[in-house]
Write a protein that binds this ligand. Structure first.
Ligand SMILES: Cc1cc2nc3c(=O)[nH]c(=O)nc-3n(C[C@H](O)[C@H](O)[C@H](O)COP(=O)(O)OP(=O)(O)OC[C@H]3O[C@@H](n4cnc5c(N)ncnc54)[C@H](O)[C@@H]3O)c2cc1C
Ligand code: FES
Ligand code: FES
Length: 435
């Protein structure tokens, strides 16, 4: 992972290791990469960022931003606002905030630093530091590094390599054709996109998959197409790009987007990976099912399209052949008069695992009521869709009780959310329902 390489091989020990699973942000660094004709700046969690995903990018860590004699303006503002005590979390916060400046983000400081955990100081000073400096130009020395990196990133042609070592092989194709033929030759290889799931299998599960196929450099898998009927997201498009496109048509999904992981997780993680891993508590699938999305799957030269609700067969079992892969996710555009509601219910607001995710859509064609966290797979509430009776939720689902929520709580909150959508005039606003 990038963090080990920075600390142990580059002696760049300013970047810290806290959780080693993408949760605390202590390891945040700034990633610069090509996005169309532009350079996109995002913070990423170095602890779960595979080095092999870095070709054609530049990384800036806390060592790059400023120095003891001339702190970066964000660093100086954190000092002035008393935003640091032990300092362990500070380099990660600074990286997230510098990435926010470079990316010219418009969202709040709270959203920008939601993926960074401070264990001793609190967030007030950090929020003020970012808000006060979000539009400050970069200092000359750092700007020079950025300019140099931007030129060679624009000129670079990333991917199209293989690495073979003593413990395994990594294949990093740059075209769809090469990806398809590698998948046919190595159906046993693990596909890796942003590695926000796979990275944890390695750092926490201590798995060492012998063969990896990266989708990171496959140009076609990075395409975002808009037609009158669909948004088509290539399977390797990160959430940070999916979100703003989707929000053009579905602004009701803003809260869903801003609470999916953190800025760091959304910069690496992909909608394709979220769907492909088949988790019953992934936040992407219920919304996509409610919107009537479908998947384009590829096996060699053969393509097929599957409605997303049919893709999830049972816990851990998806309608995906061994040598097949997800090529794209097709999301219908908004219909005139369409209603949409999406609510994530979890124990805390930021970066938490979902207890129940409810996504409801109604168009002239019909009603689609999808849930995550209520069954072994993301699923439509078909009985309620037919009856429009929220209390019929008990006929559709028999959820589990676990650490996040009991069965009774899940059923109750799901029923309340359904009431908020199906009976919008009744005195049961969704905010109340979600409590
Ligand atoms: C701190 C943290 C917070 C998180 N918060 C959330 C959250 O709030 N909500 C949520 O839903 N998830 C969350 N996640 C989980 C994760 O970020 C998402 O599931 C993400 O979308 C996975 O995408 P990825 O590109 O990183 O997938 P990867 O980790 O690269 O891959 C995931 C799985 O998909 C498979 N895969 C990837 N691409 C393809 C393809 N094209 N074809 C076939 N198979 C493929 C891989 O083989 C693997 O099985 C979080 C993760 C972390 C570390
Ligand atoms: S060490 Fe906690 S996110 Fe990387
Ligand atoms: S300053 Fe100590 S953890 Fe944030």
């Amino acid at each position: 992972m990038l963090l080990g390489w920075l600390r142990e091989h580059q002696q760049a020990r300013g970047t810290k290791e806290g959780c080693n699973e993408g949760d605390c942000g202590a390891c945040s660094v700034v990633l610069a990469r090509k996005q169309g004709e532009h350079i996109d700046y995002q913070p990423v969690n170095a602890c779960i960022f595979p080095l092999a995903n870095l070709d054609g990018t530049a990384i800036f860590s806390v060592e790059d931003f400023g120095n003891r004699q001339a702190l970066h303006p964000i660093q100086q503002a954190v000092v002035d606002e008393h935003g640091s005590q032990c300092g362990f979390c500070t380099p990660g916060f600074i990286a997230s905030m510098v990435a926010g400046q470079l990316g010219k983000v418009e969202h709040s400081a709270e959203v920008q630093i939601a993926g960074n955990l401070c264990r001793c100081t609190g967030y007030g000073g950090l929020i003020r530091a970012f808000e006060g400096q979000r539009n400050t130009p970069q200092p000359a020395a750092f700007r020079a590094k950025l300019d140099a990196a931007e030129s060679w990133i624009k000129a670079s042609d990333a991917g199209g390599f293989e690495c073979h070592g003593t413990t395994g092989s990594i294949y990093a194709p740059s075209t769809l054709k090469d990806l398809a033929s590698l998948r046919s030759v190595h159906p046993d290889a693990l596909i890796v996109a942003g590695a926000t799931d796979v990275g944890l299998w390695m750092t926490k599960g201590l798995k060492q998959p012998p063969k990896l196929i990266l989708t990171t450099y496959v140009h076609e898998l990075h395409a975002v197409e808009q037609t009158a009927e669909h948004f088509c997201f290539g399977a390797a498009v990160p959430y940070s790009q999916v979100g703003p496109t989707l929000l053009q048509d579905y602004p009701e999904a803003r809260d869903w987007f801003e609470r999916l992981g953190s800025v760091q997780v959304r910069a690496s993680g992909t909608l394709g990976g979220n769907i492909a891993n088949g988790s019953p508590i992934g936040d992407g699938p219920p919304l996509m099912i409610a919107l009537g999305a479908s998947l384009r799957l590829r096996k060699g030269e053969t393509l097929r399209e599957v409605a997303l609700e049919d893709y999830f067969i049972a816990y851990g079992k998806q309608d995906l052949a061994e040598d097949e892969f997800v090529e794209a996710v097709l999301v219908p555009r908004r219909q005139p008069g369409q209603r949409l509601m999406v609510e994530k219910v979890s124990r805390r607001i930021d970066q938490d695992i979902t207890a129940v995710l409810a996504a409801f859509s109604e168009t002239s064609v019909g009603l689609r009521l999808a849930f995550g966290g209520m069954a072994a797979t993301p699923k439509l509430a078909k009985t309620v869709m037919a009856s429009r009776q929220a209390s019929d939720i008990h006929k559709d689902f028999e959820p589990l009780s676990d650490l996040r929520a009991s069965k009774a709580y899940r059923l109750r909150v799901a029923e309340n959310l359904l009431r908020a959508f199906l009976e919008p005039d009744a005195s049961n606003p969704s905010q109340e329902a979600a409590q």
